[in-house]
Design a protein around this ligand. Structure first.
Ligand SMILES: Cc1cc2nc3c(=O)[nH]c(=O)nc-3n(C[C@H](O)[C@H](O)[C@H](O)COP(=O)(O)O)c2cc1C
Length: 185
């Protein structure tokens, strides 16, 4: 059982990354193989919108999006984690989401049977950000909204999430529940 987290925050020691670590730690405790990919650490360029995906063998952009998506479509569980930037996902996360247009146009759907979503904001925009991520999951995965695990909360400076015991517990629970549901299958 493998769980992959895609992190849209560029802050390596920020709140989102911290909460993802909590979730993955708990999942690993239950025997999951885990991996965290921080998009900003790789080259994931925005979609160029030529709309030729269906007629091409592979995406014309040869950056890191290709191998990241290969993993993303194969793993058993996926966590999409992102802070709110101007009321929605960060540019890094949006670039990654858009690059999934290629497999989408090829009618490929991700195999994950468990999906987690983690969103952090200083004060506003969580609803719109969750809407964006849910909508994306609707298109790419076969995991209905009722079966997705969502954790969202308020934090600003790195370290804030750490001090929020409820948020930490919820993130750990998300990881535990994902691993448990995959184990039960
Ligand atoms: C460019 C930028 C835009 C932001 N926009 C918002 C926003 O619209 N709403 C909000 O509540 N917080 C906003 N924030 C604050 C972040 O969501 C907040 O600091 C969050 O904890 C960052 O998560 P991280 O530590 O995982 O990077 C913004 C921060 C930055 C740098």
């Amino acid at each position: 059982m493998k769980i992959l987290a895609i992190v849209g925050s560029p802050r390596l020691k920020g709140n989102t990354s911290f909460l993802v670590d909590q979730a993955l730690d708990e999942a690993a405790r239950l025997g999951a193989e885990t991996e965290k990919i921080v998009i900003s650490q790789h080259e994931v360029s925005p979609c160029l919108g030529h709309e030729n995906c269906a007629s091409l063998e592979s995406c014309t952009q040869k950056d890191d999006a290709g191998w990241i998506m290969e993993k993303f479509y194969e793993v058993d569980g996926v966590i999409l984690a992102c802070p709110v930037y101007y009321l929605n996902v960060t540019a890094q996360m949006k670039a990654f989401l858009d690059r999934n247009y290629f497999p989408y146009k090829k009618n490929l759907r991700a195999k994950a049977r468990s999906v987690g979503i983690i969103v952090v904001a200083e004060q506003m925009g969580i609803e719109d950000t969750l809407y964006t991520l849910h909508q994306f999951v609707d298109w790419i995965f076969f995991v209905g909204r009722g079966r997705r695990l969502v954790v969202s909360g308020y934090a600003d400076r790195p370290g804030d999430a750490q001090k929020d015991a409820k948020l930490v517990t919820e993130a750990r629970e998300l990881g535990r529940k994902m691993a448990e549901s995959l184990k039960r299958e």
